[in-house]
Write a protein that binds this ligand. Structure first.
Ligand code: SF4
Length: 322
């Protein structure tokens, strides 16, 4: 059994931790809840932190002369400065964070799809943008696993988020060890996962690990980290997963019967047609890797990217929309 390191996640407090929404409510979120045994949560409610009470009058973002303001229409209070100063102080204090799960569409926590009103007028029109806290998180921690609870309802987005979160956590711990052999180990076990994400960046990481320039360990780790962020910036295309799975399957074909080979190729077609999720194929490859004691595949992270209990919710929806 794999021991997964525990990611450190900053989460919007109203997602099941406190009744701190403007109306005194909380929002129970299945994904946030299911992750509890596997992560360390740090909760934050920016609106309560800046002294707005519970319940409180709603706030909104207003855009005027190319500047954004946080405004409470019922009291006509401008709370922009208070929020900007809290966000700066709070985000500057965070250490060893691997990801964020923030409340969808909130003028404070939202990462995108937040209403930005084009005037103080009560019936002003709006466009979409980022909340004050969520927007700054996305700017300062762009390499980390950041999502809102709305998007995490999609199984492909969850699969990508969980994978990225646990890889980044493992890297954070590897980096702390400051040893070349630990970095080589990290790179080796993630090779096929990286191949699925971005082959060009995977090769760049390989060169950094080879360290022909004889850089010191901290320089190597920093270079590796920024390239890793670039590699993980986008979810793999399902065609890239098919390449990786076919590559893994290729190493075992001579031990498989004609029927098994045919079965695998049919499953690939089902995956291509979105009739089965990725985990069905990875489990099949894993079962053959166990049967043939294929040590190289058995240690590859793409076969076990995150705790298996999370797969149940990963596969609960349909669609590959990202
Ligand atoms: S969305 Fe953010 S600011 Fe609003 S209640 Fe939730 S945690 Fe607080």
């Amino acid at each position: 059994m794999i021991n997964f390191p525990r990611p450190n996640i900053v989460v919007s407090k109203c997602l099941g931790f406190a009744k701190c929404r403007y109306n005194g409510d909380t929002v129970l979120d299945y994904v946030v809840d299911q992750l509890k045994p596997y992560v360390n949560y740090t909760m934050v409610c920016p609106e309560v932190e800046i002294g707005l009470g519970i319940p409180r009058d709603p706030i909104r973002i207003v855009s005027e002369k190319n500047k954004l303001y946080l405004y409470q229409p019922a009291t006509k209070k401008d709370i922009t400065e208070k929020m900007v100063s809290f966000v700066d102080k709070h985000l500057s204090s965070l250490q060893d964070i691997d990801g964020f799960i923030l409340k969808y569409r909130s003028p404070s926590c939202g990462i995108n799809s937040v209403k930005i009103y084009n005037s103080y007028n009560p019936d002003a029109r709006s466009s979409a943008g980022a909340g004050f806290f969520g927007g700054e998180v996305a700017k300062r921690f762009s390499g980390l696993a950041i999502e809102d609870e709305g998007r995490l309802k999609n199984f492909s987005i969850r699969e990508y988020f969980f994978t990225k979160l646990f890889v980044l956590t493992q890297f954070r711990l590897t980096k702390k060890q400051r040893q070349m052999r630990e970095l080589v180990k990290f790179h080796t076990v993630n090779k096929l996962l990286f191949m699925a994400h971005n082959q060009t960046k995977m090769r760049e990481l390989g060169k950094i690990v080879a360290n022909q320039e004889k850089l010191n360990i901290d320089m190597v780790l920093n270079k590796y980290e920024s390239t890793l962020y670039e590699l993980l910036a986008k979810a793999p295309l399902f065609a890239s997963w098919i390449n990786v799975l076919t590559h893994a399957f290729g190493g075992m074909t001579e031990n498989l019967s004609k029927e098994e080979r045919k079965f695998f190729l049919n499953m690939i077609e089902e995956y291509r047609d979105e009739r089965i999720p990725l985990s069905v194929l990875t489990k099949l490859v894993l079962s053959w890797a166990v049967r043939f004691n294929n040590e190289y595949l058995l240690e590859q992270s793409f076969l076990n990217p995150y705790p298996k209990d999370l797969i149940e919710i990963t596969d609960s929806g349909k669609g590959r929309n990202r």
